[in-house]
Design a protein. Structure first.
Length: 444
């Protein structure tokens, strides 16, 4: 079978961009000029640029043309971290840690070493975890307003595996997954892996456009709605009770599954009820300990409706056979003795202090952020391409994320996502001021 006519053109451009023959920032021919030059149809030329954009090699600017992308910094789903200078600050990824956590880890490991049956940690644990460990998580979830039986709690190797297992078990290739137009990048990876059709929901200043969601569900057979209602990543919103009731009503009317991501929910001290409590019969709630405890502690969980538990458990068995005993013992020990609750309170104070620093350093700019979160959404001027801005910052040792990483549809806002948790607090203000000065110095 012959390859499509546009493929050789795509391959030629891709090779030139990757080799450096076409330098970053180069303006490419218009669609019409490319069609004339290569003697291909205009629709074929459009397909060429669409495929190059999907590969992360070019970016289209409405009214300005198509440009070779700058690929330094965090320019999409996969970060390029080989910087031309010594790294100054990583604002592309949140790795919240506190100095005393090393002491906590040593104590916990010593306690495990002298526990009664330490060899049990080396035995095979069942998929979804042992019942006593699931009960510890169920008890902890009461603090988040979720009252569920241990049998509905499944332990995983982090939130991403929880999401993966839920989608693997409860969707099929070709299913429509409704998702915010700006959302957690990992959901795009999972949708691609499971061959799901992402349907972006337009976003407003306070949450997803739920009227648009309703219209979407009327027009298409939406299988599931992925949502981050409490401290959204990257926009920081917390949906109010009325919005939550509206979302649940849409899901019930159209018989949609709800996948609720609670990764950052701990940062909101008094949130409205989780969607899981409003629609427990159709909501899978996923979260973990990467942001409230440590990113290297790959421990997560899914709260699953009873009629789905068996299918999600089979999915977990397929991907990992069982939960890791040592990590589970460490995590459930900290959940049970109050360490996680203590760390969450510290994280809220730390995040609020970092937001204060960010507001002062970025005053007057287009900033969207929850007052106690670890992220800032920074809007750029129309002439500032996010990939170019990210590359300029990377050349000065500062890594940032561009809007491309979070966009689930064709619209790519002129914006950066700044992660505040990794840089030392006493350095954060200077880093953000440097970032601001660098961006403001970029010419039109």
């Amino acid at each position: 079978m012959r390859p499509p006519s546009y493929k050789p053109v795509v391959d030629e451009f891709a090779a030139a961009i990757r080799s450096g023959a076409l330098a970053a920032g180069t303006r490419l021919p218009t669609h019409r000029a490319l069609a004339h030059e290569r003697r291909i149809a205009l629709a074929t030329a459009t397909r060429v640029y669409a495929e190059l954009a999907a590969m992360g090699l070019v970016v289209g600017e409405p009214g300005r043309g198509t440009f070779v992308r700058e690929r330094s910094g965090y320019d999409g789903l996969e970060p390029s971290r080989a910087l031309p200078v010594e790294r100054v600050a990583d604002l592309s990824f949140n790795q919240p840690l506190a100095p005393e956590q090393g002491v906590l880890l040593r104590r916990a490991l010593r306690a495990l070493a002298v526990s009664g049956d330490v060899e049990a940690l080396l035995r095979q644990h069942p998929p979804g975890g042992r019942r006593p460990d699931r009960a510890v998580v169920a008890t902890y979830l009461l603090e988040r307003g979720i009252d569920t039986a241990p049998r509905n709690v499944l332990l995983t190797g982090g939130t991403q595996q929880a999401l993966d297992s839920v989608l693997s078990a409860l969707t099929r290739p070709g299913d429509v997954l409704a998702v915010d137009a700006l959302s957690y990048p990992g959901i795009k990876l999972l949708a691609a892996a499971h061959h799901l059709d992402l349907a972006p929901i337009p976003v407003t200043g306070t949450g997803p456009d739920l009227s648009a969601l309703d219209r979407l569900c009327r027009a298409r057979p939406v299988r599931a709605i992925y949502t981050i209602p409490t401290v959204h990543n990257p926009l920081g919103w917390v949906l109010g009770r009325e919005q939550r009731d509206h979302l649940v009503a849409v899901a019930r009317a159209r018989d949609c599954l709800i996948v609720e991501d609670g990764t950052y929910a701990f940062l909101e001290a008094s949130p409205p009820p989780p969607l899981q409590t409003l629609a427990p019969e159709r909501t899978c709630y996923v979260a973990g300990l990467s942001k409230n405890v440590a990113p290297g502690l790959r421990f997560g969980f899914a709260v699953v409706p009873g009629h789905h538990v068996e299918r999600v458990t089979r999915s977990l068995r397929t991907s990992a056979w069982g939960t890791p005993g040592l990590v589970t013992a460490l995590a459930t020990g900290w959940l049970g003795d109050g360490t996680v609750t203590h760390l969450e309170k510290d994280r809220r104070r730390d995040a609020a202090a970092r937001q204060d620093i960010a507001r002062a350093a970025l005053a007057g700019l287009d900033v969207i952020a929850h007052p106690a979160s670890y992220t800032v959404w920074l809007g750029l001027e129309p002439h500032q391409r996010p990939d170019h801005v990210a590359a300029v910052l990377a050349r000065q040792g500062i890594l940032v994320s561009t809007a491309d990483a979070f966009a689930t549809g064709p619209y790519r806002p002129h914006a950066l996502r700044l992660a505040l948790a990794t840089v030392a607090p006493d350095e954060l203000g200077a880093v953000l001021r440097h970032l601001r000065e660098t961006i403001e110095a970029i010419p039109p």
